[in-house]
Ligand binder design. Sequence first.
Ligand code: DC
Length: 334
Amino acid sequence: MKAIRGATTIIEDTPAEIRSAVKELLDEICLKNFLLEDDILCILFSNTSDIRSFYPAKAAREAGYSSPALFSSAEPEIEGALPLCIRVMLLVENCQDVRHVYLRNAASLRKDLQKFSIALDGPSGSGKSTVAKLLAKKFNILYLDTGAMYRACALKAISAGVDMQDNSAVSSLMQTLDLKIVYSEGSQHTVLDGKDVSEDIRRPEVSMAASKISALRCVREKMVEMQRKIASEQSCVLDGRDIGSFVLPKAEFKFYITASSKVRAKRRYDELKAKGFDVDLDSLQKEIEERDRNDSTREFSPLKQAEDAVLVDTSDMTVNEVVQTICAKIQEKV
Ligand code: DC
């Protein structure tokens, strides 16, 4: 059994307004949580004491919620409380990922539910993606791996036999790019020309090619536009090189995650070994250093720490320590 919370507000204390606000709130909760009426065991309402003209529970019954048990109560009068507010809690079955719903200006009750972005920038192998995935899970928001998008562009260029440094050839290739980022079962899939390439883009030769192709303005402009669109539609954590400095300069939370090249090479080595790739630690470290140079010296939107980003050096930290450090900084700010 799970509990789903929600709230809404009305403008005037009239039965008609209460009926319509309660119906809107319950319908939205069902829609967002893929609920059928039979999944709802009970609905508990509470409303501020300035609502007297009608019971929200009765409005729910009238709106067609006939099987769940219903209950309404009035809240004590508390100074400074959001006025004319109806809160609800649903106890439900068959709901995997709970989505709480705060409508109208009741959204101001939940700072944590307002749309926000977390920008995680830093060099390859700093642990950004592991941390980003955990943060996304913790805050129940989307994770956008922007490196995967540049990797997909590189894969396309490799398959087409296009030279990564040939600006005009890459530019025309970009015109025909069919790249989609889709989410299934909570993880990101990179779909290139209709094919799921999420695994292919992790091949070592694609890493270096991605670093080269991502230096081109024609590539970056296209990717940045997609990234901004995705981030404008929902709360998300994005990891990359230029998220806090260029893609989302107004991101609510910015972190720059780094670690020594030695530590990063060892992490990549373990990761690739586990996937069955035959790799050499020293050459991985050299490659990482070369990618750092490419990424931070390119002319357009290079890898850099945004002025207002918090620096986290993960060389001697466990993943959990990094996540805890970031969460603590986020809590400090909200
Ligand atoms: O994070 P990654 O290793 O998957 O990224 C692959 C390459 O893409 C990396 O060398 C730099 C580039 N990149 C970028 O330039 N800007 C981003 N926002 C993300 C990645």
